[in-house]
Design a protein around this ligand. Structure first.
Ligand SMILES: Cc1cc2nc3c(=O)[nH]c(=O)nc-3n(C[C@H](O)[C@H](O)[C@H](O)COP(=O)(O)O)c2cc1C
Length: 399
């Protein structure tokens, strides 16, 4: 399957570097052409000799290959050569440099020159992995459209137990296979996606909102883009970045989101509503900050427009409409009712009863229900992987 595919493996200074010897062997066995680039720190963990032997190519380390002859390793050519660039293990240091466009070694120069898909497999101790600096650097890399292969949980080299282990070579191989076999099955399609919460103003400083982070809808937008779609993302307040290339319209309230949906819905082939839109908003928005008083305060709420229902009522036969349902009881029954009442083609059900699923988590556990009432249940996965499952189901149905 990987016959003739050109893969750069970028190795950085982590104890997990030894596992890349096995990955290199697996890739070469499948027929891939592998070039290895190592940082100076990586060579403390595994020898270039091992990787040169297994990859059947000299290992590249320095921008300048020979100071006596003036020979240098051409990072631009390497960047153009590759069909895929995997940085594994990716140290916190290299992740930070990649997120900021730093370029002080051959690995980073080649990364900045790469035109191919980039995948990053972090490896580090559990506290490093959850540090806000590392998390925001990884988010930044995701926003560039790179695939971050979330570290696994388990025993770490430090002896501690937690999240930080690089994914195993066999899992990395699978991700490489997936990335290189990715179909552009949404090419020529326009996909409209709503994501995030809405904020309904009470006064100039207060609002009614909800806990949606926007991560799920944004993961779908990024995935649709990578499958060749033109993507319009209408996003409520969210700090999560979307990939370069997604047409993102940031909105605040349900009303503003509805206006944007009305503008773009008829031009879309597929509409996926992952946003957690407020059902009610304050009937009056105070023009000045409401002053604190001793008496109780009553705020009258009025219903917002049901955006999903509106799309169901206005969709053409050629449009495919996907809704989300977050249920806390009678999940399947309620989701099936929603399919019928809102004229959906597919509903993505996530339950707050599942640990690790729903708002703010990086993972989700969903059940997809089609208009034929058939169920497909999925395990707890990263939101990126869930986005792939959802778009697989959409692409299969519209094919
Ligand atoms: C024994 C040992 C293990 C290390 N493991 C990791 C690791 O798993 N992840 C990480 O981010 N840094 C780790 N480091 C620190 C990096 O090697 C260090 O930050 C280095 O500067 C990374 O350089 P590079 O990103 O250019 O490869 C480790 C250091 C030592 C001494």
């Amino acid at each position: 399957m990987l016959q003739g595919k050109k893969i750069i493996l970028g190795i950085t200074g982590s104890i997990a570097a030894y596992k890349i010897a096995h990955l290199t062997r697996l890739l070469v066995k499948e027929g891939a052409e592998v070039r290895v680039i190592m940082t100076a720190a990586a060579t403390d963990f595994i020898t270039p000799l091992t990787l040169a032997t297994l990859s059947k190519n000299p290992v590249l380390q320095d921008t300048i290959a020979s100071r006596t002859s003036g020979e240098w390793n051409n990072h631009v050519e390497l960047g153009l050569w590759a069909d895929l660039f995997l940085i594994a293990p990716a140290s916190a240091n290299t992740i930070a440099k990649m997120a900021n466009g730093q370029c002080d070694n051959l690995l980073l120069a080649s990364y900045l020159s790469a035109r191919c898909p980039v995948m990053i497999a972090p490896a580090m101790d559990l506290d490093m992995y959850v540090h806000p600096a590392v998390k925001s650097n990884l988010d930044r890399l995701r926003s560039f459209g790179h695939l971050v292969l979330d570290a696994a949980k388990g025993e770490l080299a430090s002896g501690l137990n937690g999240q930080g282990r690089m994914q195993e070579p066999e899992d990395l191989l699978n991700e490489i296979r997936k990335a290189l076999s990715k179909k552009k099955d949404l090419a020529g399609k326009t996909v409209l996606i709503t994501a995030g919460p809405t904020h309904e103003a009470i006064d100039p400083v207060r609002f009614i909102g909800n806990n949606s982070s926007g991560k799920m809808g944004i993961a779908i937008a990024d995935e649709a883009l990578s499958r060749g779609a033109k993507v319009i993302l209408i996003c409520g307040p969210s700090s999560v970045k979307s990939a370069e290339g997604v047409m993102r319209i940031d909105v605040t309230g349900a009303d503003e989101m509805f206006k944007a949906v009305k503008k773009y819905f008829s031009g879309s082939h597929i509409a996926i509503h992952a946003a957690a839109v407020a059902d009610y908003r304050p009937a009056q928005r105070a023009s000045q900050k409401i002053k604190k008083k001793d008496a109780a305060l009553t705020i009258e709420l009025e219903p917002t427009t049901d955006i999903l229902k509106w799309c169901g009522e206005h969709k053409s036969k050629k449009q495919f409409l996907v809704g989300f349902a977050l249920e806390t009881e009678n999940e399947i029954e309620n989701a099936r009712k929603k399919i019928r009442s809102k004229h959906l083609d597919l509903i993505v059900l996530n339950s707050l009863n599942d640990k690790g699923a729903g708002f703010a988590y990086d993972t989700n556990k969903v059940t997809l229900i089609g208009s034929n009432n058939k169920l497909a249940r999925f395990e707890l996965k990263s939101k990126q992987a869930v986005a792939t499952d959802i778009l697989d189901a959409v692409a299969k149905t519209i094919a």
